[in-house]
Each structure stands twice: as C-alpha cells, then as structure tokens.
Design a protein around this ligand. Sequence first.
Ligand SMILES: *Cc1c(COP(=O)(O)O)cnc(C)c1O
Length: 437
Amino acid sequence: MAQIRFRSAVSPLRRGTTGFRRNAPAVRKQITCVDNLIETMRPADPVHCLRPAVLSATAARFVASFPGDVLYAVKCNPEPAVMRALYEGGIRHFDAASPAEVRLVRQMFPNAEIHYMHPVKSPGAIHQAYFDYGVRDFSLDSAEELEKLLEQTENAGDLGLFIRLALPKGPAVYDLSGKFGAAVTDAADLLRAARAVSPKIGICFHVGSQCLDPSAYERAMDLAGAVIAQAGVEIDVLDVGGGFPVSYPGVTPPPLDDFMAAIARGFAKLALPARTRLWCEPGRALVAPGVSLVVQVIKRRGHELFINDGVYGSLSDAGVPAFRFPARMIRPTQAAASEAPEQGFAFYGPTCDSADHMAGPFMLPADIRAGDWIELGQLGAYGSCLRTAFNGFDNARLIDVTDRPLLETPGYLEAEDHPERCAEEAQSVGYITERAA
Ligand SMILES: *Cc1c(COP(=O)(O)O)cnc(C)c1O
C-alpha cells in the first residue's frame, strides 16, 4: 500500500544544515484531499499543502500567454517539488539570484537556462556561476558591476548583459524601486559599454511585486525605449521582470490577458528589430495558488486566534505587509461541523514576540475554537521560503494534495473541484494512522 511521508517545508536552501524530520507520521493509504489529511494526521505542526497539478497548469497557462520566454524567479519558492511542477508546466528558464539558487537549478535541471538577475553580486558568486554552472546571463546596474563581471569571467566573450533600469515608484503592493536600477542616462551609458563587450545585451526592470496595473509595464517599456534611443545601440532582449498579481481576499486583479496585451502594446510601440526577444520573470503569479498552509488554533481570545505559525514562519507577508489570505476552518468530522456565520479574526503566531501578529482580518466561522485547523490559501509565493527557526518553531511539513486553490485569479484556468472523490477517499482511508519506522 502506498504510504505518505510528510516532507520538510524548511527551505531546501537550508536543508543541508537542518536535515529532514525523522519519524514523520505516515498513513496506510494515499491521501490527497486536505480535509482527509487533517482528519487523519491531526497535525500539531503547520503543513504546507502542495498542489502540483495547479502549479503545472498555472505555469502552462502563463507560458502559453506570454509572447516570449518565461523565467521563473526562484527566490519566490525554491522547493524542488514546486520547481519540478513548473518544469512540467513548460518552464525552462530560471531567474536565480544567489549561488545557492544557481546550484539548486543546475542540479535539478542540467539543461535549463539559468539567468543570474541580481544586479549586485559578490565576485566569487560570478566566478562560480560562470565557470562551474554555465551561467552566461547576468544583470547589472553600475559600471563597477560590469568591470567585476568582466574580471571574474576573465573577459568572457559570451556574456549576456542585462542593464537593470530604475523605475519611479509604481502602483505595486511591493515597491521595488529603491534598491536596484540605473537612471535613464546611466543605463544608456551602461548599455553602450555592454554592447562593446558582449554579443547579447538587454534591458530589464521590475515594476514591483503584486502589480495590479497593466499599464505599469507599458510605462516601464516606454522608459526602456528612452534608454535605447539615448544609447543609440540595438538590444537583443527586453526583460519585463516579474510583478504579475494574484487574487487575495478583497483584491481581484485584472485578467492575465490584460497584462499580456499591455506588454505586447508596449513592445510593439518600441518598434525594435524583429529578432529582439521578450522575457519576463514571474514569481508570485506562477506559484501563489499552488500551495496552502494548514495551521492549528492553540488558543482563542475574543477576535484573536493564537495559531502555530506566524510572521517568523510562513506567514511573513501577513505581518507588516498585512496581506490577507483566504481562510477556511477545518474541523474534524467527529466534531459538529460549524454553521456559524463568518467574522474577522486577527492572528498571533507561536513565538513570544508581540510583533508576531497578523491583523488580517481573516474571515472564519464565529465559533472557531482551540483545536480547530485553518487552511490559508495563496501561500505558494514568499511563504515557506521565508521561514526562520526563531524561538524554535521550525517544524513545518509538506505534502502533495489534489484540491483546487482557495482562490482563483482571473485569466488562469479554473481548477476542478471533486468533493465526491474526497468523500470516497475519506471512506476508504478510515482514518488509520501509524508511525513510520
Ligand atoms: C523577486 C523578483 C522577481 C519575481 O517577482 P514577483 O513579483 O514575485 O513576480 C523577478 N525578478 C527579480 C529580479 C526579482 O528580484
């Protein structure tokens, strides 16, 4: 009989030091529905429920819609099972931004193209990426970095050099305009300098994460046009970065095709030579719907719930950035199901820090109580990768499920629901647990 083993949800980039959990509980039969898993496992640790089919379908939809190459931004979720699902959905390019990410992608996908799109790299990281992992594409936003790239690659003649353009503060939820990027005149100088030493050059930018306004891409492309005009050189690639949004409670972005249309318009307006390629680097949009997090309520205090994960775990974005996530209560079937109306709750995480607070509000049945579980959706992006071991709370688990996402984002294929199959599964499993050897 098939067995389920929880895998660790600790970032694979850290697993080398933390190791895998021993004695993970296993169950007698393959269980693939979240409710059945919780019923069976009664997990006291947070559980990440991975939806490989959703991840693959989301990637496939994005790849089919974007008029160019789609690079997955690895930092968003470097979990190997996530990356495999994206690969199955057609992702062949990866935007890596650290030596550990470069190594991970190369180990998993020997033939994938890795693009090192971090504009500020240590000399050793460049040397290793170029000579040990076959990376050829690098981004930069200063003359210093260009010098460093040439020195560390021993003046390689086959570099792809991407000038990161600074953008004015935009409408995105996460503004990324402050840290990186060259202003137009500097970018034009850099573009010329890059053209002189490289057969492949481009411009890249990032409009900010969870960008709800398609026209932000067009404006950024206009600015790229100004750089190209001022530099007086041709580019080979225009990389419009990440930032593509997903739904959250109360936030429904414009459909994906509106973004694609805006990008196509912006690209056409630049009237670049026909051979010019278009790239993008989505993170959030590819993975957010593909993972949910199941937490348990430890204590209720009025409208506040103390739960077993928090801002030092996978719920970092629910803290200061105050993201709200779709929530639903899971109460094992032996207890009476709730008919209570929903109300808003705030969360406290498990650590002793009072900053471990998530304002929400998260909508849940009014009678929720200690011992109930909560499934939080849209946590595939910037969730488990931000976990820390602060205060000793680092025992999160990972398991594959077949449920649909808690929220759909307009323009992506709607996943199918299958309540009958889950009911059947619950019956066949009989909720017997055992300990793995
Ligand atoms: C983080 C990042 C991305 C991904 O951004 P999303 O908003 O998650 O799509 C893409 N490119 C670069 C350079 C990044 O730093």
